[in-house]
Design a protein around this ligand. Structure first.
Ligand code: AMP
Length: 635
């Protein structure tokens, strides 16, 4: 069978030839003809079978022709993850490069403006993740009322990731008459519920069940202790002449650690998981695809749906608990007919997982004999009460606990510093102050303080000067300096002295610390460490008059300056009433009516949490709730 025989038009055939597709894959052979004829299709196929082309080619062909007035969205592809959404849109671009159709992709985790701009220009085909689609639809940027074709991709993962309600909300936005193409690797009852409500007399197409890659992949397992796994991995990456590999770890912490250890061993590696920012994930993937990074160390969820062609090796650094996951993982190598190598590590505690895998695939995974670090520990690790524990989970939990402890300590120190500052300010407010100074604008006060306190030594000298009993009338200027110096000194005495203690009002992690990767915006918004040397002060001094000048010239900015000035006394008032703070705010403030947290604008200061911490779960990191249920070709 050829693509030509499937009835595809010349521009699409040429694009497929350009991509090196010689003949259709089984899912393409079965799904393209009915989809071209306008029938609903229920496809049971997983990523790697060529299912994207199976729906993209017919969509492009059916939409080709006259573009309706207003250029409405005529095809929507709903997919669970950002990575998958990007890849599908890239495929539409590639297959439709000789057609005048426009496609766009929208997904969360990044700024919406570029996506909105693209939508405003008009798109024929929209690829979307559910959350961002609903968001933009709610804002009026997406109109689905003229939709002709709807694709629900990876429906089982939608359920798995808890997107079912969002999917149902999207379905309500679609016109009743449309063509639906529905793809899912598995068909659990919840998916079948969706199918029954959505598809009309569908053509069912199923390709090889999920265990098919097992046949063509060279598999082996190394029985090795947990402590020797990284050493063995580095040895194998060099020894097996690995071109590019995905290394699967059980935890995000493990992914970071393995990537770092590989780098230490001189092997280029990057970690990819739900705690990394979208930018960091895309960068890691791009570097891997470009060959700049040899090993991509990933958690299962982060790796699913990644379209990486010609992956030479898959390493199971940890064996998965769910045996089907093993098949998914090794299926990443040997894609589109290419053979590949899958190497697994199994420590004593993982032996049961290996047995489960072998039961599922119906064969033994050969144990590698050339193992320089054979297993020596024949005892599963146990917790303090003697119960067996998973060592990797325990390690990840300990690391998370340590991070939490450091964060709590920093928060506590910051709270104490804030309290001390408030007390000092309250004490100062009670002290009798000469009238002219009290009336002095706070900004001016600060400037003067800076002048008088260029260095700590100078400040101390001033302070000593005040403490000495006045032996006679002092010149006016030094006396004023002394009073300010004392106040400043007292204030600073109440603040944390150690540079390691945070000097911000609330703890914010340093973006350059540890494995935290922020995208560019977050990096800009992140707090700079406040050091005692205050190197930026002289520049601010220079900038201020210029700014004031500008404010005088521009009425809008003048208003802003007035607002700023009026904001100051309010702050001082707050200092007088330290008991006032948050409880007095109306309950639920900072939250939207729907209970979700309102995003905090720059005007209110940077958001308290700039990026995910370990305690927060990324939606892509939810454990599977589904029981595998595979549709057979007879279903
Ligand atoms: P998919 O299952 O759609 O994610 O496709 C998996 C991979 O197979 C992608 O890299 C496609 O570019 C590739 N592919 C899809 N169809 C074919 C085909 N007929 N011949 C060769 N490669 C294909």
């Amino acid at each position: 069978m050829t693509f030509h025989e499937l009835g595809l038009i010349k521009p699409i055939l040429e694009a497929l030839t350009d991509l090196g597709y010689e003949k259709p894959s089984p899912i393409q052979e079965k799904a393209i003809p009915p989809a071209l004829a306008g029938r609903d299709v229920l496809g049971c196929a997983q990523t790697g079978t060529g299912k994207t082309c199976a729906f993209a080619a017919p969509i492009l062909q059916r939409l080709n022709g006259e573009i309706p007035a207003g250029r409405p969205i005529r095809a929507l592809i709903l997919t669970p993850t950002r990575e998958l959404a990007l890849q599908i849109e890239e495929s539409f671009e590639a297959y439709g490069r000789r057609l005048p159709l426009r496609s766009a992709v929208i997904f969360g985790g990044v700024g919406q403006q570029p996506q909105v701009d693209r939508l405003k220009k008009g798109v024929d085909i929209l690829v979307a993740t559910p959350g961002r689609l609903l968001d933009l639809q709610g804002q009026g940027y997406v109109d689905l009322s003229r939709l002709e074709i709807f694709v629900l991709d990876e429906a089982d993962r939608m359920l798995d990731m808890g997107f079912i309600h969002d999917v149902r909300r999207v379905l309500k936005l679609l016109p009743a008459v449309k063509q639906t193409l529905f793809f899912s690797a598995t068909m659990p009852p919840e998916v079948m519920d969706l199918v029954n409500g959505l598809l009309k007399n569908p053509v069912k197409v199923a390709v090889d069940p999920v265990s098919s890659p097992v046949e063509i992949i060279d598999q082996s397992v190394y029985l090795v202790d947990k402590g020797n796994k990284t050493r063995l991995l580095a040895w194998l990456v060099e020894g097996l002449d690995v071109k590019n590999a995905i290394v699967f770890t059980r935890t995000k912490h493990g992914a970071n650690k393995v990537a770092a250890d590989l780098v230490k061993a001189g092997i280029t590696a990057a970690a990819i998981h739900g705690n990394k920012s979208q930018t960091a994930r895309q960068q890691a993937l791009a570097d891997f695809k470009a060959g700049k990074v040899r090993c991509l160390v990933a958690t299962d969820i982060a790796a699913r749906g990644l379209d990486i062609e010609e992956l030479s090796h898959v390493f199971n650094y940890n064996l998965p608990e769910v045996p089907e996951t093993y098949v998914h993982r090794i299926g990443r190598t040997g894609r589109a007919g290419h053979g590949g190598t899958a190497v697994s590590f199994c420590d004593f505690g993982e032996q049961q997982y290996l047995k489960d895998i072998e039961k599922l695939i119906g064969r033994k995974v050969p144990v590698a004999q050339n193992n320089p670090w054979p297993m020596e520990v024949f005892e599963a690790p146990r917790d303090a009460r003697g119960r067996p524990v998973n060592a990797d989970d325990a390690e990840a939990r300990a690391a998370a606990k340590e991070r939490r402890r450091a964060r709590d300590a920093a928060n506590k120190a910051a709270a104490e510093a804030r309290k001390a500052k408030q007390q000092a300010a309250a004490a100062l407010a009670e002290e009798p102050v000469p009238a002219p100074e009290a009336a002095e604008a706070p900004a001016r006060k600060r400037r003067r303080r800076k002048k008088s306190g260029q260095s700590q030594a100078a400040e101390q000298a001033v302070s000593l000067e005040v403490q000495a009993p006045a032996s006679g009338p002092e010149p006016e200027q030094p006396k004023k300096k002394s009073r300010r110096g004392v106040r400043q000194q007292r204030l600073e005495d109440t603040m944390p002295a150690s540079p390691s203690q945070p000097q911000t009002d609330f703890y914010k992690p340093n973006p350059l610390d540890g494995d935290v990767i922020l995208d560019a915006t977050a990096r800009l918004l992140a707090p700079r460490p406040r050091t005692l040397s205050r190197p930026a002060a002289p520049r601010r001094e220079e900038e201020k008059p210029a700014r004031r000048k500008k404010a005088n010239a521009q009425p809008g900015q003048e208003k802003k300056t007035r607002e700023q000035a009026s904001a100051k006394p309010r702050k001082e008032k707050k200092a007088e009433k330290p008991a006032a703070p948050r409880q007095e705010q109306p309950k639920g403030s900072g939250r939207r009516e729907d209970g979700r947290r309102r995003s905090r604008g720059r005007r209110n200061g940077p958001p308290e949490v700039m990026f995910r911490r370990d305690s927060q779960k990324d939606s892509t990191e939810q454990p599977s709730l589904m029981k595998p249920y595979y549709m057979t070709p007879d279903d």
